[in-house]
Design a protein around this ligand. Structure first.
Ligand SMILES: *[C@@H]1O[C@H](CO)[C@@H](O)[C@H](O)[C@H]1NC(C)=O
Ligand SMILES: *[C@@H]1O[C@H](CO)[C@@H](O)[C@H](O)[C@H]1NC(C)=O
Ligand SMILES: *[C@@H]1O[C@H](CO)[C@@H](O)[C@H](O)[C@H]1NC(C)=O
Ligand SMILES: *[C@@H]1O[C@H](CO)[C@@H](O)[C@H](O)[C@H]1NC(C)=O
Length: 339
């Protein structure tokens, strides 16, 4: 063999080994951002994610009339994003202006009644803006967690918002307060956006162990999903869980077309919530799960080109203008922001 041929053969062998390793290895979440459609064109390395506030009640009204748990700020910041509060007392034009300045939104958990909260009014507006934007090639990811899942599911399914969570044809009572559960995955889970770049060992861990923290009394069952044409058209079920009595409910959904991700469980609590009264797991892999999902979501926000009109406006809007309060004596959180 000539030297040149030898080099070619060696390169070919290296290439083959490399390719077979790539097939065996997980697809890598950390490789590049990606959206739903596998789009990897980062447009923005300084993503800002909005988080909806909610009304305060009980003894924390002394701190303010609206609150956001600090966990959501830490979650976003841990993945290289910044957070801007979305005040639920804002007017529609204010929300539209903010929407055009931020790169994604989180609808957090909480115990508000949806028919008595401005969380519903503002959340609905943001969801509608995000859908319209995506149809025009403008990616705006939304993360709905617990209350956020309940709101977005009702909106998408065309339910009467005047009934909120009392809509008993839509929500099933479950016994899933303060409990960590396993995630049952559909057969084709590897094609789901939320799982396709996830480390195999992490997915297996979530499937085999009761580590996904739930804290809710209502849920949507797969039966309800299959009966609701609109919900089924919009979302795909990417995990279910079973409550204390064995009732199966949807624990994770993702948009079939739109970058909307719904969790009835709380991926970030393992990293950031420490109340000893709660069944939250802090094992290495449950923390990795929170880190994975923070990266999953913040990377998607990098596909949005929305920007504040000026650096001054951006600074004035960020959560860094506020101080968190230690609420461990009041709420099942470590810290919260009050407004
Ligand atoms: C919702 O916001 C509107 C307008 O800011 C306000 O008038 C109303 O009282 C708010 N409702 C609740 C339940 O806070
Ligand atoms: C939550 O669950 C844990 C573990 O089962 C238990 O120790 C704790 O008392 C529960 N807390 C509440 C508030 O129910
Ligand atoms: C505030 O209210 C909550 C819920 O009722 C209660 O668990 C907590 O102990 C109260 N905290 C204080 C400091 O009063
Ligand atoms: C909504 O609440 C925030 C925080 O308290 C306040 O700064 C803002 O002016 C309020 N917005 C409206 C439209 O009332």
């Amino acid at each position: 063999m000539k030297a040149e041929e030898k080099t070619t053969t060696v390169l070919f062998v290296i290439l083959v080994i490399h390719m077979s390793l790539a097939v065996e290895m997980d697809m890598d979440i950390f490789a590049e951002p990606f959206d739903h459609a596998g789009n990897r064109n980062t447009k923005n390395d300084r993503p800002i994610i909005g988080v909806l506030s909610q009304e305060t009640d009980g003894n924390v009204t002394i701190f303010g009339s609206q609150l956001i748990a600090a966990t959501y700020v830490k979650f976003i910041e841990s993945a290289g994003g910044r957070m801007a509060p979305i005040f639920i007392n804002s007017t529609a034009p204010q929300i539209e202006k903010l929407f055009n300045s931020i790169n994604g939104a989180i609808f957090p958990g909480g115990h508000r009644l949806l028919h008595h909260s401005n969380y519903t009014r503002v959340g609905k507006q943001i969801l509608e803006l995000a859908i319209k934007a995506y149809d025009n090639g403008d990616v705006f990811p939304i993360w709905g967690e617990c209350l956020g899942l309940e709101l977005i599911s009702m909106l998408v399914a065309g339910r009467d918002m005047r009934r909120g969570q009392l809509d008993s044809e839509f929500f099933t009572d479950v016994n899933a307060e303060n409990i960590s559960l396993t995630l049952n995955l559909p057969k084709d889970y590897k094609t789901a956006s939320v799982w396709k770049y996830a480390p195999t060992h992490m997915v297996k861990y979530l499937h085999d162990n009761k580590v996904a923290y739930n804290n809710h009394v209502k849920a949507i069952t797969p039966q309800t999903y299959h009966k609701n044409r609109l919900l089924k058209k919009f979302f795909r079920i990417v995990s279910t869980s079973k409550d204390r009595k064995g009732v199966e409910f949807i624990s994770t959904m993702e948009g079939k077309k739109y970058p909307v991700y719904l969790f009835h469980w709380h991926p970030a609590k393992s990293q950031f919530e420490w109340s000893r009264d709660l069944d939250i797991k802090h094992s290495f892999r449950s923390i990795l799960t929170g880190q994975y999902f923070a990266n999953f979501f913040v990377q998607q926000a990098k596909l949005s080109e929305h920007q504040f009109p000026s650096v001054e406006e951006e600074r004035a809007t960020l959560i860094s203008n506020y101080k968190p309060t230690d609420v461990h004596n009041y709420l099942p959180f470590v810290q919260a922001y009050f407004f």
